[in-house]
Design a protein around this ligand. Sequence first.
Ligand SMILES: [Zn+2]
Length: 60
Amino acid sequence: MRAVVSCEGCGHRQEVAREILAPSTFHIICHRCEQSLVVSVTEADLRTAAAMRRYRAPIS
Ligand SMILES: [Zn+2]
């Protein structure tokens, strides 16, 4: 899945550059204020993302 993170310091929203395939916690640096942000991706987040992908898929 692709994650979008809002910075706690300045509110800047940024997309995580890499694809997330498993539940994990990692850090990114805000591009605007350079604050370190903790990103937590849970099993539920991945399930929701997968469900949205299915919903958007064309019916053949
Ligand atoms: Zn920021």
